[in-house]
Design a protein around this ligand. Structure first.
Ligand SMILES: Nc1ncnc2c1ncn2[C@@H]1O[C@H](COP(=O)(O)OP(=O)(O)OP(=O)(O)O)[C@@H](O)[C@H]1O
Ligand SMILES: [Mg+2]
Length: 294
C-alpha cells in the first residue's frame, strides 16, 4: 500500500501529517511502515531530527538503487504460511534506505538541497518499483502541482491525501484550479481525498464542491504540541486544556499520544487509508506494469 501526501503549495503541513500518519500506521509484525520523504523541493526531516545524510541511506541512495531491477516481493500471506516474518531489509528493499527515527519510525529522508532532491524524485518517478516493495509506504510528495515531479509521483500511489488550507482564499483558488487533474487520478485507480487544515470556516461539502467533488477525509487541527512532537521536539503541554487532555488520556493509556489532536487525526487517517487497501485501492494491473517497466 502506498499513500502519498502532498499539497498544492503554501506549507499547510504535509511533512508533519505524512510523518504522523506513518508513525500511527496500524502496523503488525508483517507490516513495517516506511516514510519516504520525496519532496523535490528538498527535505526537512534530516534537520528536524539532526540526521547526517550519508550515501547508504536516504532518498538519493533509494533513487540510485531504483535503477536496478528488483525482484517482485512474495506476498505477506506466503511468508505467513511459511511461518516466517518478512520484515527484514532483505524482504523489503525499501528498508535498506531508511533510518530509524526516535520512536521507531523508519524513514527515507531527502537531502535539503532541492537540486539533489529533485533529481532523486525524477529518478523515482521513472523507476518507481522499489517504492512498491514496502508493505505500508507513506510518501511525502511535497508540492504536487500539475506538471511537477511531485504530481508525477502521485500516479504510483494507491491513495493520495491532498493537504489544503481552503480557509485561505489563495489556496482555495489553487485547489479549484488543480482539483480536476487530481480527480483524474481516480481513472487510474488511485483514491484521492483531502485533508483540510484547520481553522477552516467552510463545511466538508463546500470544500468538496470547490475541489471537483473530491471527498474530505480529514480535518487537521492546529496543534502546536503535536506538531512539535512530530518535528522531534518534546514539549510538555502548557495550556490547561492540553494538560487536562494529557492527564485524562494518560490515566487510560500511560504511553498514549492520542490526546494530541494532530496525532489522533493522523491515526484515524492512517486507519482510513489502511481500510482502502482492503477494498481494491491497490491496482494489481498498474503494479504489474510498474514492476515490468523497472
Ligand atoms: N497541525 C499543525 N498544527 C500546528 N502547526 C503545524 C501543524 N502542521 C504543521 N505545523 C507546523 O507548520 C510548519 C510547516 O509544516 P510542514 O513542514 O509539515 O509543512 P509542509 O506542507 O511540508 O511545508 P513545505 O511545503 O515547505 O514542505 C512546521 O513548523 C510545522 O511544525
Ligand atoms: Mg514538507
Amino acid at each position: 500500500m502506498i499513500v502519498a501526501v502532498c499539497s498544492l503549495g503554501g506549507a499547510p503541513g504535509v511533512t508533519s501529517l505524512a510523518t504522523a500518519v506513518a508513525a500511527c500506521w496500524p502496523s503488525t509484525p508483517l507490516t513495517v511502515p516506511v516514510l519516504v520523504e520525496a519532496d523535490a523541493c528538498g527535505g526537512d526531516l534530516a534537520s528536524w531530527y539532526g540526521i547526517d545524510t550519508d550515501y547508504e541511506t536516504g532518498l538519493v541512495s533509494l533513487a540510485t538503487a531504483s535503477r536496478i531491477p528488483v525482484p517482485v516481493p512474495a506476498p505477506a500471506a506466503a511468508w505467513a504460511q511459511a511461518g516466517a516474518q518478512d520484515a527484514s531489509p532483505a524482504g523489503e528493499p525499501l528498508l535498506h534506505h531508511a533510518v530509524e527515527l526516535p520512536g521507531g519510525l523508519r524513514a527515507v529522508v531527502a537531502p535539503a538541497d532541492p537540486v539533489e532532491a529533485g533529481r532523486a524524485v525524477d529518478a523515482l518517478v521513472s523507476k518507481p518499483a522499489l517504492l512498491g516493495t514496502g508493505k505500508a509506504t507513506v510518501i511525502d510528495a511535497g508540492r504536487a502541482v500539475p506538471g511537477s515531479a511531485g504530481a508525477a509521483l502521485l500516479r504510483h500511489a494507491d491513495a493520495v491525501v491532498v493537504v489544503t488550507d481552503p480557509g485561505n482564499v489563495g489556496h482555495a483558488s489553487r485547489l479549484r484550479a488543480c482539483a480536476p487533474a487530481l480527480a483524474s487520478l481516480r481513472q487510474e485507480g488511485v483514491r484521492v481525498g483531502l485533508a483540510v487544515a484547520e481553522p477552516c470556516p467552510h463545511s466538508d461539502e463546500e470544500v468538496s464542491q470547490v475541489a471537483s467533488g473530491l471527498p474530505v477525509w480529514a480535518r487537521v487541527p492546529h496543534d502546536l504540541v503535536g506538531a512539535a512532537l512530530v518535528r522531534g521536539e518534546h514539549r510538555s503541554p502548557t495550556r490547561l486544556r492540553d494538560r487536562l487532555a494529557a492527564w485524562r488520556s494518560q490515566r487510560r493509556d500511560p504511553d498514549g499520544l492520542e490526546w494530541m489532536p494532530l496525532i489522533r487525526t493522523a491515526k484515524a487517517l492512517a486507519e482510513l487509508c489502511d481500510d482502502l487497501s482492503g477494498i481494491g485501492a491497490a491496482s494489481p494491473v498498474r503494479r504489474a506494469i510498474e514492476v515490468g517497466a523497472a
